[in-house]
Ligand binder design. Structure first.
Ligand SMILES: CC(C)(COP(=O)(O)OP(=O)(O)OC[C@H]1O[C@@H](n2cnc3c(N)ncnc32)[C@H](O)[C@@H]1OP(=O)(O)O)[C@@H](O)C(=O)NCCC(=O)NCCS
Length: 161
């Protein structure tokens, strides 16, 4: 990856197949049904991609709520994890939330505290300032599995557009 230009920007038409490929390559985190849900979400949610040398290697989709902006989907391609791309995407989400005058980011992630892949995910969010709001023990959209609700309060500068 060294030498390749890294750019974070809005999702573009034509990114969806690459995004589905990334998600399919992370079966420890995403069920096979996630690809369909993401295709649907791509039609209505704003989002960002991180491109390395022009190729999408990670993405995030955002769901704007009355109170805040929720990270609905986030993933970085397996071979590119742990190199700062997820942190760059979070930065784009924070700037988006601030631009909408909503200085709070939320995310729901798997909340069973016994599954290593999602313990890494929790460490990622916690390391970037998110704090646990609550664990919903049986969260229907996760097939009745627990969901950890995480929240980050943002320090926005400037005025929302
Ligand atoms: C979570 C995810 C988006 C983070 O993106 P990333 O590019 O790997 O993250 P960064 O490189 O910016 O930050 C890495 C941090 O993740 C955490 N992490 C823990 N184990 C890790 C691992 N094996 N590989 C990568 N990151 C790991 C650490 O907190 C690490 O922080 P540190 O560098 O201070 O130690 C990405 O790893 C991913 O796609 N994971 C699988 C899918 C997922 O969990 N999506 C979110 C669902 S809510």
């Amino acid at each position: 990856m060294s030498g390749d230009t890294i750019v974070v920007g809005p999702l573009e038409k034509g990114d969806s197949e690459r995004i589905v490929e990334i998600v399919r390559g992370l079966p420890e985190w995403f069920t096979p049904g996630a690809a369909k849900e993401i295709r649907e979400a791509l039609k209505r949610m704003p989002g960002f991609a991180v491109r390395v040398g022009g190729v999408v290697r990670g993405f995030l989709l955002l769901d704007e709520r009355e109170c805040c902006v929720e990270i609905a989907w986030l993933a970085v391609e397996r071979g590119f994890r742990g190199r700062g791309l997820g942190t760059l995407l979070l930065g784009a989400a924070e700037a988006y939330a601030c631009s909408r005058g909503k200085p709070v980011l939320t995310v729901k992630t798997y909340g069973g505290m016994d599954y290593e892949p999602y313990l890494e995910t929790l460490a990622f969010y916690r390391g970037r300032g998110f704090r646990l709001y609550e664990v919903i023990e049986e969260y229907k959209p996760f097939g009745g599995q627990p969901a950890a609700v995480l929240v980050k309060s943002l320090r926005c500068t400037g005025h929302p557009s």
